[in-house]
Design a protein around this ligand. Sequence first.
Ligand code: SF4
Length: 483
Amino acid sequence: MKLVTALAEASVAPEGHLQPYTYQRRELVEPDWRRFPGWSEITQAEWESAQWQRAHCVKNVRQLRRVMGDLLDEAFYADLERDQRERATMSMLLPPQMLNTMDTASTEAFYADPVRRYMLPVFSDRRTDWPSHPFASRDSLHEAEMWAVEGLTHRYPTKVLAELLPTCPQYCGHCTRMDLVGNSTPQIDKHKFTIKQPDRLEEMLAYLGRTPQVRDVVVSGGDVANMPWARLEDFVGRLLDVENIRDVRLATKALMGLPQHWLQDDVRAGMERLATKARRRGAQLAIHTHVNAAQSMTPLVARATQAMLDAGVRDVRNQGVLMRGVNHTVEQLLDLCFALQDNGVLPYYFYLCDMIPFSEHWRLSLGEAQRLQHGIMGYLPGFATPRIVCDVPYVGKRWVHQVADYDTARGISYWTKNYRTGIEADDPEALERQYEYYDPIHTLPETGQDWWRDHAGDDGDAHGRDLDAAAASRAASEAMRDQ
Ligand code: SF4
């Protein structure tokens, strides 16, 4: 099926010059899955079944070959296999719904596709000069250090993140929780929760009950769509019984990756019960999803969004991740934001891609992110204009223009904060210190790249050291700043 777009009124400035961006209302289209040789016989009823989608996720190169048939050149599979062996921090897990939104017109088109670029990374995507930043690390946000109980990150004064489970219906190549989420890869041996899930959830509820300053819980994972519904409903229902909890946000990329899950009758009915309970209590229940490219917004995703709004959730909001080759231009970002906003999803945040190993080809510099923020202002309604934020290790989300100082030659930005995280109650300097964030080295001027070569070795093969140095990264970065 062809993507149909209708050009809305041309946006022309008074002098007759075209605006830098022209809004186009996009008619949503579910691409025809029957173009895949492996799915040529699949009916609409099968496609719209959550069970069928889960059972036919692509988990390895062999399964991808079976679905794609002769649509891709052999070289692509070799490129993918090499990435799986030598670079991937996430195992492959691709629901048919997501694969279907990729451009399969040719191998070249598939390589260039924005969704392919982050869901199915290949070796040739990655940088060879600096595949990882020297200060990249597993758990780059240090969430586990801030666990109040296992899986409950207490980083902000009034908010917590509850990681209920370490799995998702889809695995994103750039996942910031690559430390814990998904299956181990040849490069990354995943950490495991040590406490059984029912006991962990009880401990979380007990902590929240005795910590009245917490009012806001992000219920996440992984992805809550992988939690059996009855167990999720029980947890969220009990969360809503905690007097101090006023905001509950359910984190699920599956609203886009597997919308069939959220369209199931039992899930819709259960969500309605939870939303009703929240409303009666004067609490807010919302869904946070993760869409990075406009093409991901299909009729099924819009239907799932509407189903959740009909069930009574307060909002469906998007938290995307900025990535080169995926959404790094003003046009790509605005196309995505309008596709979201026109279909019931609030474009809420975009994060800079976190400093995990092997992410340098995706990451943007702070300066690029600031220019993107400037470029998207003024087109969307103010309430739907996303903030672009940097999740600064040991600090938290900072709007990109909040930077305190910025060494653009070395690509080091300095950030301050106005609260203590859970591990800094006794740290007198927590609010005085400046915290660093690092631009990708390949985006720096030559002088800056030279500086990093001198300080981090000049063979460019930094990734092995990154993993070893993860635990010491913060101390080392402070030492470098003082030089
Ligand atoms: S859905 Fe979220 S938690 Fe799951 S792999 Fe993607 S980014 Fe990670």
